[in-house]
Ligand binder design. Structure first.
Ligand code: MEV
Length: 314
């Protein structure tokens, strides 16, 4: 066993297919390596009680707030696997990922902690094992997650994801393209948004299901466009996907405004990303110059933070 275990993970962006992925439609998502979270864990000496240091909560592990109940259960499960459930520890989490902004903060944090704990025991963790542990956290934090956040946060590559099926790495050839990510400044509400869509499925199945199917068709049209560098059509599909999400009532005025601002600033397309009802917007640019113009315009119209992700690096 080592003295310290370290693990890392990153934010994620859902490019196409949030919400429809919950209903077994395909989704496409990217890890954002520039926005990361790291975890370090060590066992305590001298009978010191378990403690956590993090942006979410600093203090005794036994007084962990309810919002971190998922993390707690996951850590207990992993320590039990190594027969160390009663061993006191210190866990430190450093995260650049804004919470509740649709960037997968909870799943990414769980990935980093699971990796750190396996690293402490000097053991490798397979991707499947990792996803099973993170699912313990995500089920408690988000209710009925598709698994997309965890799959993306644990990947180095853009992925094609279908719930319950093996996810696949996507090949891309988008040399001159950039994704601008803008924080709307409003907290997203994953479980509320997912429950809203589920209610609509119950009360108006035909209409809701046809929007979900349309989003599935949009995502299915994307892989060849990624290979052929067809930025114009990708942008059109992002606008169409945003429109579907609006019809599902998971957008809001600020996200709709930022979507229009991005397109007016010359983005090829833009859409909300993640669960919606707040969170982030993404916009596709065909040059670094346009990406920084779009980011500036979004900030001028209320985005509290922006990031630019070159797509050529994948
Ligand atoms: C949340 O990041 C994405 C949703 O599709 C929910 C899920 O996939 O579990 C809204």
């Amino acid at each position: 066993m080592k003295k310290y275990g370290n693990g890392k993970s990153s934010a994620k962006i859902i490019w196409f297919g949030e919400h429809s992925v919950v209903y077994e439609q395909p989704a496409i998502a990217l890890p954002l390596s520039a926005v990361s979270v790291s975890a370090q864990i060590s066992f305590n000496e001298n009978n010191e009680p378990s403690r956590i240091y993090s942006r979410y909560y600093d203090g005794l592990w036994r007084q962990l707030p309810r919002e971190l109940a998922g993390i707690k259960q996951m850590v207990i499960k992993i320590l039990s696997r190594f027969d160390k459930a009663d061993q006191a520890f210190t866990l430190t989490i450093e995260s650049e990922i804004p919470s509740e902004r649709g960037m997968g903060s909870s799943a990414a944090t769980a990935v980093a902690i699971a990796r750190a704990t396996f690293n402490l025991f000097d053991k490798n963790i397979s991707r499947n094992q990792l996803l099973q542990y993170v699912d313990i956290e995500e089920q408690i934090t988000h209710g009925n997650p598709s698994g997309l956040d965890a799959a993306t946060a644990s990947s180095k590559w853009p992925i094609w994801y279908v719930k319950g099926a093996e996810n696949m790495q996507l090949d891309m050839n988008l040399a001159g393209a950039f994704l601008v990510i803008a924080d709307s400044g409003i907290k997203g509400k994953t479980s509320e948004a997912v429950a809203n869509v589920s209610d609509q499925m119950t009360t108006d199945y035909d209409k809701t299901n046809s929007i979900i199917m349309e989003m599935g068709q949009i995502a299915s049209a994307v892989p060849p466009l990624l290979l052929n560098n067809d930025i114009d059509e990708l942008g059109n599909l992002m606008n169409a996907n945003h429109n579907c999400l609006r019809q599902l009532h998971v957008s809001n005025q600020q996200l709709d405004k930022l979507q229009r601002v991005a397109v007016l600033a010359g983005a090829k397309g833009a859409k909300l990303t993640g669960s919606g009802l707040g969170g982030c917007l993404i916009a596709l640019s065909d040059s670094a110059q346009n990406a920084s113009l779009v980011a500036k315009q979004l900030e001028k119209h209320g985005a509290t933070k922006t990031w630019i992700q070159p797509l050529g690096q994948f």
